[in-house]
Design a protein around this ligand. Structure first.
Ligand SMILES: [Zn+2]
Length: 433
């Protein structure tokens, strides 16, 4: 209706000024679709109260509105009330929403008085985490060292929502137990040989004083490389993100499950790595949906992040991502390459050059792109290869004061991730765990 209003209002004003008030207004045919023009909570809000009421304001009077609020455990029952005078639908959940969960609100079916149908629209918000610890049976809950309040600092992921996965997912970490895992994850074992001897006179800056970066591995799981990388990360008490292919997940479901079980983030990287702009919208949808389901089957969880093959996003893919409540496409930081460096997947590359590339791209909040599968898998790299460059990276980050973290949804573009809406946080977000 917005366009129609723009047409009607000036005509009315002109008519009034010209003193032809008795001229009957010409009927304007309404062929404009109704739209959602305002919502509360706003798109991408965080720390939304669990007893929030959702309001949806339309551009013109509508009938037949359908709305769904979808969270991890499905759609909560709601009571809906449409106020024609304000053209606003108020949706009240019948009980408090689950805390620390991202909800997608989808609206569809609305028609205006002329019968024009609204296009389906959706937006998202995240409810505040509840920080009251829920004791787990096997564990005494140490007194939290963080104040029991919702973080007030900018987009911090909910830390301890007492949400238990509904899926049979084996030994998942206790819901409130980031306490068992120090969020600051520098190894308790001494770091392996630095490539250059540290200056005995210097002291490493505090971990995280320079920021946090996120190592992200693409194209696995690979039966050889991924377990080696996981072993190294475990030994060094560091976390990473694995953007996996559905076609690999069905071959190596136990490795996919290990990724999640060990506190890393798993991310959807399509079924078999096609170039999305080259395939049909239906094929793109299948790539994304089938991979979500393969990961769910293998691990008990569906990812919340999607990375396009080659980073090549499409409008069709974005539509599917949004519908599924996925976030992405997730990009990375690639400002620096050693001379002649095409990527860590090139078989001739050495651990020293890969570490050089990686550390050259480490800045605060930077996802770092690495590969455990795909072309890298065909290189048959010798034992110690991954461990070598990872150790060089760790030595460097320790010396500079960077933490390692995992990728998560962001609520604004990240300049250190090519503008994609992704950030790096210390522990895997609760929606996955
Ligand atoms: Zn890839």
């Amino acid at each position: 209706m917005r366009k129609a209003l723009l047409l009607v209002v000036p005509v009315a004003i002109v008519a009034g000024m010209a003193g032809v008030a008795n001229a009957a207004p010409r009927p304007v045919r309404d062929n404009t679709r109704p739209e959602v023009i305002a919502v509360n909570p706003a798109d991408n809000s965080i720390n939304v109260a669990v007893n929030t009421t959702i309001t949806i304001k339309f551009s013109e009077p509508v009938t037949n509105v359908k709305v769904d609020i979808m969270g991890k455990k499905g759609s909560p029952a709601t009571t809906e009330r449409y106020d024609a005078s304000t053209m606003t639908l108020t949706v009240t959940p019948n009980k408090a929403l689950n805390p620390g969960i991202r909800f997608t609100v989808a609206v569809w079916g609305a028609k205006d008085t002329a019968g024009n149908k609204m296009r389906q629209t959706a937006w998202q918000f995240v409810t505040a985490a509840v920080t009251v610890p829920t004791p787990t049976p096997t564990q005494t809950t140490p007194a939290p060292t963080v104040p029991p309040v919702v973080p007030t600092t900018p987009p911090v992921t909910p830390t301890t929502p007492p949400v238990t996965p509904t899926t049979p997912s084996g030994p998942t970490p206790g819901p409130t137990t980031p306490t068992t895992e120090p969020p600051t994850t520098f190894p308790t074992t001494p770091p392996a040989e630095p490539t250059t001897p540290p200056d005995p006179g210097t002291v490493d800056p505090p971990a995280g004083s320079a920021g946090i970066m996120g190592a992200s591995y693409d194209d696995g799981p690979d039966p050889v490389n991924t377990p080696r990388i996981l072993d190294w990360l475990k030994a060094h008490n560091l976390k990473a993100t694995f953007c996996v292919l559905g076609s690999q997940v069905i071959k190596y479901p136990a490795i996919a499950k290990r990724i999640v079980d060990e506190g890393h983030v798993i991310c959807n990287h399509s079924w078999d790595h096609p170039d999305f702009p080259e395939i049909s919208a239906a094929a793109q949808r299948k790539q994304i949906v089938d991979t979500q389901e393969a990961i769910k089957t293998a691990t008990g969880f569906r990812p919340i992040l999607f990375r396009y093959p080659h980073g090549d996003s499409t409008a069709a893919g974005d539509t599917v991502i949004r519908e599924l409540g996925l976030w992405g496409g997730v990009l990375w930081n690639w400002q620096y390459s050693p001379a002649g460096f095409d990527g860590d997947w090139v078989c001739s590359e050495t651990p020293a050059r890969i570490a050089d590339y990686a550390t050259g791209n480490i800045v605060d909040q930077a996802p770092i792109l690495l590969h455990d599968g795909g072309d890298a898998a065909a290189c048959n790299r010798p034992a110690g290869f991954y461990e070598d460059y990872l150790t060089r990276m760790e030595t460097w980050t320790k010396k500079k004061g960077y933490k390692w973290g995992v990728l998560d949804i962001a609520f604004e573009p990240n300049p250190n991730a090519e503008g994609s809406w992704v950030r790096v946080i210390e522990i895997a977000p609760p929606e996955q765990l």
